[in-house]
Design a protein around this ligand. Structure first.
Ligand SMILES: *Cc1c(COP(=O)(O)O)cnc(C)c1O
Length: 387
């Protein structure tokens, strides 16, 4: 279904139908995997159907996925990339030498690494702020600031940023706002509806949800921004393969059902851990103890399966994480299976130690991606190890 037919349909119905149309030759209900690099043209210089000339430029499976994420994020256009980092890179590549970016300081480790060690070499400047504090974002704005990049909730500290307020600050300074919505998923939070200009995902995580694809998705509500990104992607090449687009489209069809269970299990695990004597602190926006719980309730409709806890020491971290059975020790998140990760030594190993510690990413910090297994088994696994 496209545009008109989707109007007024709720999230779950859109997750199943957006972008998906019966295939015209056979009526196949499932979007085919157009596993092709090129298209036969009817005449010299005439792409098939006016648009299909080469696989980097256009692919129907990819277009179905893009229509789907646009509909789920309340945008007008979606743009699919080979990875989440490729998506962020393309958004920054709209800028030029001498431009400035204000970024949340506790973003995904790979995002900071790309900003500091790759994109800064091309003459783009980055300033890092704690975007919980909207005034700190405002104070970091400069006349050449073109982009504000935030993540909310952040990985792994679960800090939130007030999207609507930060959008106002960015726009007042002539910049655009990009929200990395990977942790929340479009089911729980839709940044474009409250002022953001770009919302992006590492679709590797909740959007695909099955830990079998690396991918990135952006949604925008402006045709010119979409054209910029299509042009940058065509020119620089970070396209996802058709099979990966198809798997992600398949994952999306159950997003609302998966997210309901992730939200329930996440809250149950966070509540259970908070009452456990061996856990010093639980970071989960859905708990009343979270310092930004009110903001969480305002801009999110559920709080996901991402739960971080502080157990104090590396020794206790190892005792907790290396003997779980339902939770596998692994990087990544957002799949149907439960994972556990030690950010200081795994996902955030590339962040300089002083910055890491300043953000609270200590060896005692453990991050759970609570899956959609039965909650009794998940809690029993934690209980067996924590005692
Ligand atoms: C994983 C992740 C990324 C990077 O995405 P890839 O698909 O691994 O390139 C970016 N942001 C967040 C919040 C992530 O969790």
């Amino acid at each position: 279904m496209r545009d008109e037919a989707l109007k007024g349909l709720s999230f779950g119905t859109r997750a199943i139908h957006a972008g998906v149309e019966p295939e015209p030759v056979t009526g196949a209900i499932m979007t085919p995997i157009f596993q092709t690099s090129t298209y036969v043209q009817p005449a010299v210089g005439e792409p098939h159907d006016g648009r299909y000339d080469y696989g980097r430029t256009a692919n129907p499976t990819r277009e179905a996925l893009e229509a789907s994420i646009a509909a789920l994020e309340a945008g007008t256009h979606g743009v699919a990339f080979a990875s989440g980092l490729a998506a962020i890179e393309a958004i920054v590549k709209r800028l030029s030498v001498g431009d400035h970016v204000v970024s949340e300081e506790n973003t995904y480790g790979g995002t900071t690494r790309m900003f500091n060690r790759v994109l800064s070499r091309f003459g783009i400047e980055f300033t890092y702020v704690d975007a919980r504090d909207t005034d700190a974002v405002a104070a970091a704005m400069r006349p050449n600031t073109k982009l504000v990049h935030v993540e909310t909730p952040t990985n792994p500290m679960m800090k939130l940023c007030d999207i609507a307020a930060v959008a106002d600050v960015a726009h007042a300074g002539g910049a655009l706002l990009c929200v990395d919505n990977t942790f929340a998923s479009p089911y729980n939070q839709r940044p474009l509806e409250i002022g953001a200009d770009f919302t992006m995902h590492s679709s590797t995580k909740y959007v695909n949800g099955h830990s079998d694809v690396i991918g990135g998705l952006v949604a925008v509500k402006d045709a010119e921004l979409a054209d910029d990104l299509y042009f940058i992607r065509k020119s620089t090449g970070a396209v996802p393969g058709p099979m990966d687009c198809w798997l992600t489209l398949r994952g999306i069809k159950t997003m609302h059902v998966r997210m309901q269970r992730h939200n329930e299990n996440g809250l149950a695990v966070a509540t259970w851990l908070e009452s456990h004597p061996k856990v010093d602190r639980v970071l989960y926006p859905g708990l009343p103890s979270h310092e930004q719980h009110d903001l969480a309730k305002r801009q999110m409709s559920g709080f996901t399966g991402m739960v971080s806890v502080d157990v104090g020491t590396l020794e206790r971290t190892k005792a907790l994480t290396e003997h779980l059975r339902i939770f596998s020790l692994a990087e990544s998140l957002g799949g149907v299976e439960s994972l556990v990760n030690v950010p200081a030594l795994m996902t955030h190993g590339s962040v300089p130690q002083d910055r890491r510690e300043a953000m609270g990413i200590t060896p005692g910090l453990v991050r759970f991606s609570v899956g959609i297994e039965d909650i009794e088994d998940i809690l029993a696994d934690l209980d067996r190890v924590l005692g």
